[in-house]
Every structure is written in C-alpha cells, then in structure tokens.
Write a protein that binds this ligand. Structure first.
Ligand SMILES: [Zn+2]
Length: 253
C-alpha cells in the first residue's frame, strides 16, 4: 500500500477520534449537572421562606390579638367604674365587639398554626428527600469536571497531532480529495478501500467502469459513485499486500 494512503488512514483515525472526544458535549453535560445541583438548594430555600412567612403572619396576628385583649381589659375596668348608663351601654357594645374579634382572631391563629406546621413539615421532608440526591449530584459534578478536563486535554493533543500530520506528511492531492469528502458531511470513514469489488464504506458494488479504472490505475484515487467516499485500491496479495504489523499503529494519547 502506498505510504500516502497509510498516512491518510492514520490521519483519518485521529480525526475520527477527535470527532468522538467532543469536549463541548462534556461541558454542556457539566452545565446541566451544575444547574441541577443549584436547583435543589433553591427549592429548599423557597420552602424555608414559605414556612418563615407563615411564622411572621402568626406573630402579626398575635400582636393584634394582644392589643384587643388589652383594650378589652381597659373597657372592663371602665365599665366597673362608670356610673352613667349611656356610657355603660356604649362600653357594653364595645366589649361585645372586642370579644367577637378576639374569638375570631384566636380561630384564625389556630388555622395559621396548622398551616405553619404543615409548611415546617414540608421543609423537613424536602430537606430529607434532597439530602441523598444532593450528595449524588455533587459527586457527579466533580466527576464530570474531571471528564471535561480530560477530554479537553485529549482534544488538544489530537489537534496537535492532526496539525503536524497535515503540515508535514500527507500528500496534498490525496488530502484535498479526502477533505472534499469530509466537507460534504459524509459520515466517517471518509477514505475507504475498494476491495472485493465493493466500496468498503457503503458496501455497494463498484460499477464496471470503476473496476476497470482501478485495474488500470491501482495507485489512483476515485470517489464512490454511490456514497461519495474517497476510494483507494487495496493491492491484491500478488501485488504485495501489506502485512498488518506494517500498518501504522493506533495513535497513543
Ligand atoms: Zn461507497
């Protein structure tokens, strides 16, 4: 096999790996996890605010009740001291109204206490429920951060290798053909052999014209008429097929 094809196959392997590493996908996963990790404490804080809000309402209601009770005590005192019947009557009406208001206020506070107790239980339940998921999420975030860093390192290392390959080693004409296939958005691999009378990318039989072309030009390139991939002729055994160990090894990173 041609040296340039071997190098191009190695370049292709690097570039396929580069496409699989995809650090942006890892970063986006990290952002999702971080958002979820922020969401749980936010829900807890909201539940806490709800409960505290109810506590404040009760404090206000109790203050109002206290003021009415004080007022009632004053009215009762005046009633005991006042000799005038019309004053007594007016006081009596005021006392009755205050008593009714106090009774309503006490009922309202009782209801409020129930709501408050419910909110407090909600908060405790939520805190209990989120403890496990929160710890798991924090672990996931840490693991994903490590994965992000790793994939960025691998990505950079592959980019460097690919850059060096493209600059120094690959035959310009073959590289152009290969890049044209890539640019058309064809799924990898972009360079495949034409062997067994088939394109080894789409596995469709070559046309008789392409067969004839490769028979006459075993070192030339052609595009598959079906899938558009770049084809090279795989030499038959008697033409000196390449032993597997003389292939370039997989890139190490
Ligand atoms: Zn094909």
């Amino acid at each position: 096999m041609d040296e340039k094809i071997r190098f191009l196959l190695t370049l292709q392997e690097y570039e396929q790996r580069l496409a699989r590493v995809d650090p942006e996908r890892q970063r986006s996963r990290l952002r999702q996890l971080e958002e979820a990790a922020r969401d749980l404490p936010r829900r807890l804080a909201r539940a806490r605010q709800d409960w505290l809000g109810e506590e404040r309402k009760i404090a206000v209601a109790e203050q109002g009740l206290g003021e009415r009770e004080e007022r009632l005590r004053q009215c009762l005192g005046q009633q005991a001291l006042s000799p005038r019947p019309e004053t007594l009557q007016a006081l009596g009406a005021q006392i009755a109204r205050l008593k009714a208001e106090i009774s309503e206020g006490e009922d309202a506070i009782l209801q409020q206490l129930e709501i408050c107790e419910m909110k407090k239980k909600d908060l405790a339940r939520l805190a209990e429920e989120t403890r496990g998921p929160m710890a798991a999420l924090e672990k996931d975030v840490a693991a994903q951060k490590a994965l992000c860093m790793e994939s960025e390192q691998v990505f950079r290392a592959l980019q460097e290798k690919i850059g060096a390959f493209r600059k120094n080693i690959v035959d310009a004409e073959w590289l152009q053909c290969y890049d044209r296939v890539k640019a058309r958005g064809i799924r990898p691999p972009w360079l495949v052999s034409a062997s067994d009378h088939r394109c080894q990318g789409c596995h469709i039989r070559l046309s008789p014209e392409q067969e004839a072309f490769f028979a006459q030009n075993p070192r030339s390139q052609a595009f598959c008429e079906q899938c558009g991939r770049l084809l090279y002729a795989l030499p038959t055994r008697d033409e000196g097929a390449l032993e597997p160990e003389s292939m370039p090894g997989p890139p190490s990173s």
